[in-house]
Ligand binder design. Structure first.
Ligand code: ZN
Length: 71
């Protein structure tokens, strides 16, 4: 079964990571940090106003935490 979800991508040359919609056939179960991040995305005005895939400082922090949690 294929579904659409957001994934975080690294930008080259030290740029901020950005989100991208991708279709996945089998995704690992989302962890708490990832769900926190998604919840922030849904509720954050600053993030929702942005259309370039960037996000607010709080979201950047959540992305970092989410990445750490997967190590
Ligand atoms: Zn935000």
């Amino acid at each position: 079964m294929t579904r659409i979800e957001w994934q975080w991508r690294e930008r080259g040359s030290g740029g901020a990571p950005y989100r991208q919609r991708v279709s996945v056939s089998e995704a690992p179960p989302p962890n708490t940090e990832f769900l926190t991040l998604i919840e922030h995305e849904l509720n954050c005005t600053a993030c929702n106003l942005r259309t370039d895939g960037a996000f607010c400082p709080r979201a950047a922090e959540l992305v970092r935490e989410e990445r750490e949690s997967r190590r």
